[in-house]
Design a protein around this ligand. Sequence first.
Ligand SMILES: NC(=O)c1ccc[n+]([C@@H]2O[C@H](COP(=O)([O-])OP(=O)(O)OC[C@H]3O[C@@H](n4cnc5c(N)ncnc54)[C@H](OP(=O)(O)O)[C@@H]3O)[C@@H](O)[C@H]2O)c1
Length: 282
Amino acid sequence: MDRWKGRVALVTGASAGIGAAVAKTLVQHGMKVVGCARNVDRIKDLSAECFSSGYSGTLLPYKCDLTVEEEVLSMFSWIKAEHQGVDVCINNAGLACPEPLLTGKTSGWKNMLDLNVMALSLCTREAYQSMKERCIDDGHFININSICGHRVINHPDAHFYTATKYAVTALTEGLRQELRQTKTHMRATSISPGLVLTEFTSKFFSENKEKTAAVFASFKSLQAGDIASAIVYVLSAPPHVQVSWRNRDNASGAVDVRGLAELDHSSLTPFDISQEQNPVSV
Ligand SMILES: NC(=O)c1ccc[n+]([C@@H]2O[C@H](COP(=O)([O-])OP(=O)(O)OC[C@H]3O[C@@H](n4cnc5c(N)ncnc54)[C@H](OP(=O)(O)O)[C@@H]3O)[C@@H](O)[C@H]2O)c1
């Protein structure tokens, strides 16, 4: 991680769960992390915690509703003015509203599209422009996808969310292909966790707290820190290496590390980390 010390990472959705764990870990590794979310007070608390722990990096809290384009553009202008630009863009913010295809509310579908797909695309575009104007050769885009981005689970509440995560799979692969055209070492990675112990699930099952408790009691779920460790692993690979961890439906689940130049013929390169059991489908 030495080459990332002092460089700027944007982590969206840094006020809770996976984003908070990722922001903290990158600060520990010496990065300057812009952590954004609506609830900026939680990020300020996390920033103070990083400071008092003596971490070598800094966490810079920024209040932003990522579903409002003007707020996203203002955030990138602020980053440019105060911290030159973004070197690593971690699109983590996401949500699942329990809105089935046959009965769900349009507002819930729009929420998911605006955050999981549109905000991710806006941040990717703006971060790329920031890297390009500063001639950054090794910028990295990491999209927090899901196992739902690779298979449709028979759970009506999750179907629209699943569609947004399939979009993340396509967007990451499309981005990887566009980045290859730039003849740089910029990389795109999709990380696809299974169930992670965060507030996400309690929001998803908000009508049924017993169901949430039962799901988490039934097996050992992933922790937010596990995803942060995966990100450190991916960022640590030298610029000429692209790490992909194939979806276990497509291959044996082995880590697949190849030269970046070998990837012309690859299809998807998801980084799939999941537990033994898929609790959502039970
Ligand atoms: N937890 C899981 O089981 C699981 C599994 C697979 C994939 N994932 C994916 O992992 C990512 C993070 O999930 P998580 O489990 O960490 O969820 P979480 O604990 O609910 O955190 C979600 C984060 O997104 C932010 N956010 C939500 N709406 C926002 C908006 N309009 N503008 C800015 N920020 C917004 C929240 O902050 P504010 O509310 O303060 O804005 C919060 O920081 C998501 O993309 C999710 O799809 C999660």
